[in-house]
Design a protein around this ligand. Structure first.
Ligand code: FAD
Length: 599
């Protein structure tokens, strides 16, 4: 039996080009620093971002509980594989690449909201400062449609401004109540009672936690309806005016998810609007994920030793009931595990799955360009926005696609939608009317609205580079394609830009409407595609945030632990419920552990 397994490993290794080479060890021997007892479980986590680092932390809390129960001989041996840097899509850089002079700026995930309880509690428990600078003092927020600013001053927020009332009537109020209902539904995740209470005469929880499908999670939280329809129809169906959806809600979905309200689902729309109490970790959100890893005591494999290239299943390993999983890296190292948690979007993980029928479906991600720059222009050029030179321009600009959409529809109606008419020679026999109408259409097309970016924000005033330097501002722009130097010139004037940094991301999944029904959990990837193999990013197409990554990882770890140590280990037994906890209670009760009061 063992010989068969070893041969299969070598064969798998060969196919994954990880055979030992001079100076390298066989994969089995390569990475075993600890020697877990026979009762230990050994878990590999692929990815050190929000999902992977929090998974490691939740797993380490199982070790704490085992110790507390006097079962220290059982252990959880945690290995995290990271090919790039801890934090994943939470990554910072420094203006002018100068960390001595400048504070870091987020290239990816920058904020979490007050409803993001795990992030807030982690930051508090780990003593991490949450006062990262999110925008320049006094910046005015406006919404640009490619032709004009439809709203000039949103600085009071999405719904509190009186100006909004004049334009949209009660829609802001209705939207706030819809978003509050979504928040309330989501917040059930942090109520130990809601999560853990049992069904009568059953071992199962009423909530269904831990959920084996994302569809079940979404149904249980009653988020399925919002996830099943596009944001436009969903908010409209709730009594929000079309104008408010097209302008305000779309501005939020475009800055948060690079998607318009007719393609993103209603839940994505709601999450985009739920950023109250926004905060970020000073120095970078990645610090929080680093801290989770440190506190988890996980063994971290980095660079080519951390780049997983293959995962192979071994059924009935050494007569055990459960399969084992071999994880191999680009360095030719690897290890054998009882469970593997894939904590990265599958489409660009570059991992070959072998010896299993499991398929992890590939989701389409929004490809986003982030441009960071330092400029001494105190606002973008007025001319770019069709204003006379010298006029003021807002410094926090969101966008709505509505004017572009309408112009496209009009062109289609008018028959200019690529039918070749533009190139057609003008016949002298054509009437002056048709010529005039064509000229009018051409002129309209020339003026047709265009959107070069999804959002543009002045983030901070930068300290001067030299005593005589003029004041510089740090600006962040999100756009669907690369912003060329010509475009930056039109926006600020190249001579006024001192530093530019461009980054491309597969930022978040396309949050298109998805079904949550059915045994298979609807249109989401399986949480456990094969026994002992978990996919943490299965939840991302429902909501993609740092917080929900920690929620998803907690659920997957709960599934794993309930299999290994029983459901009671995870959700407790004979619990007496405390009422809704405040933050101090959290600290006392060990909210992040396993058992009655954890959630
Ligand atoms: C521009 C941008 C802005 C965003 N803004 C926000 C925001 O303001 N607030 C918010 O909450 N969320 C935001 N998000 C979304 C947020 O970043 C993600 O939802 C979250 O970080 C996902 O975490 P993750 O751990 O699942 O994935 P990731 O952060 O992508 O981590 C996956 C990790 O796996 C590693 N990896 C991949 N393949 C392998 C392999 N084969 N072997 C080893 N390691 C591998 C990667 O290097 C990476 O470190 C934003 C994202 C982007 C890109």
């Amino acid at each position: 039996m063992r010989l068969h397994v070893t041969l299969t490993v070598v064969l798998a290794c060969h196919l994954l080009s990880c055979l030992p080479v001079a100076g390298k060890q066989l994969p089995f021997a390569a990475q075993t620093s600890t020697s877990p007892t026979s009762h230990s479980i050994k878990v590999a986590i692929i990815g050190g971002g929000a999902s992977g680092s929090s998974a490691a932390y939740w797993l380490s809390k199982a070790q704490e509980k085992l110790d507390f129960l006097g079962r220290s001989s059982e252990g959880v041996d945690i290995h995290v594989y990271e090919r790039d840097s801890v934090g994943g899509r939470a990554r910072v850089i420094y203006p002018y690449d100068d960390p001595q002079r400048y504070e870091s700026v987020e290239l990816g995930a920058s904020i979490f909201a007050d409803v993001n309880r795990n992030m807030v509690r982690f930051a508090k428990d780990f003593d991490l400062p949450t006062d990262a600078k999110l925008d320049e003092d006094g910046s005015i927020t406006a919404i640009w449609d490619g032709q004009q600013f439809v709203i000039e001053d949103l600085s009071d927020g999405w719904w509190s401004s009186t100006k909004l009332f004049w334009r949209y009537g009660y829609s802001p109020v209705t939207t706030r109540s819809v978003v509050n209902d979504l928040k309330k539904a989501f917040m059930q995740l942090y109520s130990p009672r809601w999560m853990h209470e049992r069904k009568a005469a059953s071992n199962e929880t009423q909530s269904g936690f831990p959920w084996s499908t994302i569809g079940a999670l979404s149904r249980s939280l009653k988020l399925d309806e919002a996830a099943a329809s596009d944001a436009h129809s969903w908010f409209y169906g709730k009594g929000v005016s079309q104008l408010f959806v097209e302008e305000i809600i779309e501005a939020a979905t475009r800055v948060n998810y690079g998607q318009n309200t007719d393609s993103i689902h209603g839940l994505g729309g709601g999450v985009s609007l739920a950023a109250s109490g926004a905060a970020g970790i000073r120095g970078g959100n990645y610090r929080l994920f680093q801290e989770l890893l440190v506190r988890s005591n996980a063994r971290l494999h980095l660079a080519e030793h951390g780049e997983v290239t293959g995962v192979v299943r071994f059924a009935n390993f050494a007569e055990a009931d459960a399969p084992k999983w071999w994880v191999g890296t680009a360095a030719g190292t690897g290890g054998l595990y009882d469970a593997v948690l894939v904590a990265t979007p599958w489409h660009n993980a570059g991992i070959t799955l072998m010896n299993t029928e499991a398929v992890i479906p590939v989701d389409k991600y929004v490809h986003l360009h982030v441009t960071l720059l330092a400029t001494n222009a105190s606002h973008p050029k007025a001319k770019y926005f069709g204003r006379t030179e010298g006029s003021d321009v807002p410094t926090s600009i969101l966008t709505t696609y509505e004017a572009v959409r309408r112009a496209g529809q009009k062109r289609e109606r008018d028959g200019d939608g690529g039918d070749g008419e533009e190139d057609e020679p003008v016949s002298p026999s054509r009437s002056w009317r048709s010529l005039l109408s064509r000229n009018v259409r051409q002129a309209a097309a020339m003026k047709s609205p265009t959107l070069d970016f999804n959002s543009l924000s002045y983030l901070a005033k930068l300290p001067p580079r030299r005593p005589s330097s003029s004041q510089e501002h740090l600006v962040k722009i999100f756009s669907p394609s690369r912003l060329s130097d010509e475009q930056l010139d039109e926006l600020f004037g190249l001579e006024r830009i001192g530093w530019t940094y461009r980054q491309e991301w597969d930022a978040y999944p396309e949050l298109r409407p998805r079904r949550s029904d059915g045994e298979d959990g609807g249109d989401f990837a399986a949480v456990e595609p094969d026994e002992g193999l978990f996919y943490l990013n299965a939840m991302e197409p429902l909501v993609s945030t740092m917080e929900t990554s920690t929620v998803s990882s907690r659920n997957a770890v709960a599934l794993l632990l309930s299999k290994w140590y029983g459901q009671e280990f995870v959700v407790g037994s004979r619990c007496s419920w405390r009422e809704e906890a405040d933050d101090d209670d959290d600290a006392k009760e060990g909210w992040d552990g396993w058992g009655c009061q954890a959630a």
